[in-house]
Design a binder for this molecule. Structure first.
Ligand code: TXE
Length: 486
């Protein structure tokens, strides 16, 4: 194994190889600000080779039975599960996620990979939809794999984002080129080492390291028939334009500015603790983190007091320390974005009820922060902060909360806390992909959704991922071949 955890390499056709690209990239531990790994960003030639190798391996992979492909994916999943601790530690060092939190998300991702792959066993890759009728005619629908696909992932959940995209793509018979974020490639490199040892055939799963330019080369490649992208809206638009222009597909999971709407009548303290988790876990770096909080005026005082108290329990530190609940932000740029949003809000009249000050210590840390007195002129209410900040708005009714929640250019997810069935029905109409009621997260492999507005495009979950990973063809068969005299 040529690659090491210090000098990272591409994995193409089952072999580790140095990218041809020249630009050196360092991987920095955000808790210490020290580089601990490096690689060279892959250039277009590296991408060409990876796509060509994936193309050469695709027909043999698609020729395996579905059961055989699913079996190989399970073997990889089991190997990942056996190395979860190591992967969680690598994620912690490359992007700051506390190991305990990483472990729970990796466990979920392994279970999700297996569940997604298992759906291939019942997915109708070939089905007869009409006939044979009285005339003996028949129509079959055959769902073909697309060929070579690409997965481009962000830094907030390196392992989860790779595993979340790969199951249906691989199980449907496609081969894949993966490009992880340049900020957090190390755990993904380890995933590929484990894939090799789990017996995935060479060329089925390939890894190219690089930044947005490498991602763009992959997205623009003529032979890449689908790009599964998770990241910012700006980059997502570029991916969608490049694939659309080539008449290829993309599935885009982009940013969010997710609201939480808290109704009168719910317990303010218990709800505040739930909201603290939804706003601060993973240091607020989750696409579905709660970024706007709307609370009914009747319970607002108790709620805000409890939320500020909960924020104080999010202990800052290096994620390798079991006592840490709030790790650093991924880099200085992200920490400065969060600081800028809070300073802008305070400048425009917001009040800091918890946190709000960058701690004097090495590392890109920012405390769990609660703001009140916010309004829609503030960056913290309109742009994705992607950090541990909970801006609270007091509303006079649940309906006002829903109206404010819907007024955003994003539409990823929303969470409401209410026991009123009419309010639950009203919340289900929000222009978002996912609505959670009285719990944040959850929904299982049958959860089918598509982000709305700037938060993305392309449905995922349930069978949608297989529909995206295959191309249906209708085969209509007449009863008999033409005969003389007929
Ligand atoms: O995203 P980018 P970043 C949001 C969040 C964050 C912001 C920037 O607000 O502050 O995005 O984060 C690759 N063609 N989210 O910089 O730049 C890039 O190399 C093809 C929300 O991480 O979008 C990386 O692998 N690929 C999101 C991946 O895209 C391109 C999670 C994401 O990088 C590319 C992460 C291009 N033109 C950030 N430009 C979520 N929804 O969870 C970049 N890349």
């Amino acid at each position: 194994m040529a690659t090491t955890m210090e000098t990272l390499q591409n994995f193409i056709g089952g072999r580790w190889e140095e990218p041809v690209g020249e630009d050196a990239v360092a991987v920095v531990n955000p808790a210490t600000e020290k580089a601990f790994a490096h690689f060279r960003a892959s250039c277009a030639d590296d991408v060409d080779r990876a796509v060509a190798v994936a193309g050469a391996a695709q027909s043999a992979w698609a020729a395996l039975t579905v059961a055989r492909r699913v079996e190989r994916i399970h073997a990889w999943a089991d190997t990942i599960a056996a190395h979860a601790e190591e992967l969680a530690e690598l994620e912690c060092r490359e992007m700051g996620k506390p190991v305990g939190i990483g472990l729970s998300f990796i466990a979920g991702a392994v279970a999700g990979l297996k569940a997604a792959a298992d759906q291939a066993l019942t997915y109708p890759f070939s089905e007869t939809v009409t006939g044979p009728g009285p005339a003996g005619e028949r129509t079959d629908i055959v769902r073909h794999p697309l060929g070579v696909t690409a997965v481009i992932t962000p830094w907030n959940f390196p392992v989860v984002m790779v595993l979340g995209a790969l199951g249906p793509l691989l199980a449907a018979g496609n081969t894949v080129v993966v490009k992880p974020s340049e900020r957090s490639p190390v755990s993904t490199v380890r995933l590929f080492e484990l894939a090799a040892s789990a017996g995935l055939p060479p060329g089925v799963l390939n890894l190219v390291l690089g930044d947005g330019r490498t991602g763009a080369a992959l997205t623009e490649h003529e032979e890449v028939r689908l790009v599964h992208f998770t990241g910012s809206v700006g980059a997502g638009r570029a991916v969608g334009s490049a694939t659309g222009g080539r008449l290829s597909r993309s599935v885009l999971e982009l940013g969010g500015k997710d609201p939480a709407v808290i109704d009168d009548g719910v317990d303010p303290v218990a709800t505040a603790q739930a909201v603290a988790f939804g706003a601060f876990i993973n240091t607020g770096q989750i696409c579905t983190s709660m970024e706007r909080i709307y609370v009914h005026e009747r319970i607002a005082d108790g709620f805000v007091e409890a939320l500020a108290a909960a924020a104080g329990t999010f202990t800052i530190g290096d994620g390798l320390d079991p006592a840490t609940v709030l790790g650093p932000l991924v880099d200085a740029r992200q920490r400065d974005t969060v600081r800028r949003h809070v300073e802008d809000a305070v400048h425009k009249g917001a009040t800091v009820r918890a946190g709000g000050v960058v701690p004097e210590r090495p590392g890109y840390f920012y405390p769990a922060t609660v703001l009140t007195g916010v309004d829609d002129t503030m960056l913290v209410m309109t742009e994705e902060t992607f950090g541990p900040v909970a801006p609270v708005t007091v509303v006079s009714s649940f309906e006002e909360g829903l109206t404010r929640a819907a007024a955003s250019r994003y539409g990823l997810a929303a969470t409401v806390y209410t026991d009123d069935p009419d309010h639950i029905a009203a919340a289900a109409q929000l222009p978002v992909g996912v609505v959670w009621v009285n719990q944040w997260q959850g929904g299982g492999p049958e959860r089918l959704y598509e982000p709305a507005r700037d938060s993305g495009m392309g449905a995922t979950g349930a069978r949608a991922a297989y529909d995206a990973a295959t191309r249906p063809a209708a085969v209509h068969i007449a009863a008999t071949a033409p005969a003389a005299g007929r």
